[in-house]
Ligand binder design. Structure first.
Ligand SMILES: Nc1ncnc2c1ncn2[C@@H]1O[C@H](COP(=O)(O)OP(=O)(O)OP(=O)(O)O)[C@@H](O)[C@H]1O
Ligand SMILES: [Mg+2]
Length: 229
């Protein structure tokens, strides 16, 4: 495996503090994600998987520690630069999709390209290619409220992939899918991983999906433990 490092977490801690009580979710957590690797993160509900993924994507601040993406400490960037950095290198599939309700599936998928400054015609063309790959061309003009949960997840995956990111962070991307659609989604992930050397960090409860990744880590008591190599 190519050992270029894409993401490195050093001694990450995350404490949620609402004034009345403190919850320490992550404790001195270290993680290295290499170029082109497929990494599964498993762990019980509430163990901190979504929290960790948000920190890796610069969507939330760690209480302590550093997250280095492509050699840059993302939490040292201002919010605008963080957004640009994310748009350039990362694709994010949220646990609860976060599609924009007032836009169509096609517009949602094209959005990261428009933000990047691509011309609308090019953004639309690329977005349609990705929508085709997730098998939803006939739903392109539907708004998120007119899509099923699984369809929303697939559109969300298309949106994360449309910019050809070096790393995709996906929070239970197959959580609402039947086994066949989950397998097809996994096939797409594998294809992009092979053809573009895209790294994937996938949080999943799906043991079958985890078993098909290069490496699985389990989040437990605030730390990551190796399950398999
Ligand atoms: N904003 C917040 N304020 C306080 N506590 C929070 C906040 N967000 C999450 N938590 C707590 O942190 C812990 C980890 O939450 P997180 O969403 O990361 O879990 P998870 O592993 O993704 O769980 P699931 O598998 O259910 O999605 C939980 O106990 C949760 O209640
Ligand atoms: Mg979660």
């Amino acid at each position: 495996m190519n050992k270029d490092i894409i993401i490195e977490c050093q001694q990450i801690e995350k404490i949620y503090d609402d004034g009345a009580s403190q919850v320490q979710v992550l404790k001195s957590l270290d993680l290295t994600v290499y170029k082109g690797e497929r990494l599964a993160i498993i762990g019980q509900s509430g163990s901190g998987k979504s929290t960790l993924l948000h920190l890796l994507g610069g969507l939330d601040q760690p209480s302590n520690g550093k997250v280095i993406v492509h050699g840059t400490d993302i939490h040292q960037l201002n919010v605008k630069k963080q957004g640009e950095f994310r748009n350039q290198y990362l694709g994010f599939v949220y646990q609860f999709h976060h599609l924009l309700a007032e836009f169509t599936a096609l517009e949602n998928v094209a959005m990261p390209l428009l933000i990047r400054g691509n011309k609308p015609a090019l953004a639309t063309k690329k977005a349609l290619e990705l929508i085709d790959r997730v098998g939803l061309v006939d739903r392109q003009s539907h708004k998120p409220g007119e899509l099923s949960g699984g369809e929303r997840q697939r559109i969300s995956l298309a949106r994360a992939l449309v910019t050809n990111p070096t790393c995709v962070l996906a929070d239970e991307p197959t959580g609402n899918l039947d086994q066949q659609t989950a397998d097809e989604t996994y096939g797409l992930i594998l294809e992009l991983n092979k053809s573009l050397d895209t790294s994937f960090v996938i949080v999943t409860h799906d043991r079958k999906l985890a078993a098909r990744m290069d490496r699985t880590l389990k989040l437990m008591n605030g730390h990551l433990e190796t399950v398999s190599d």
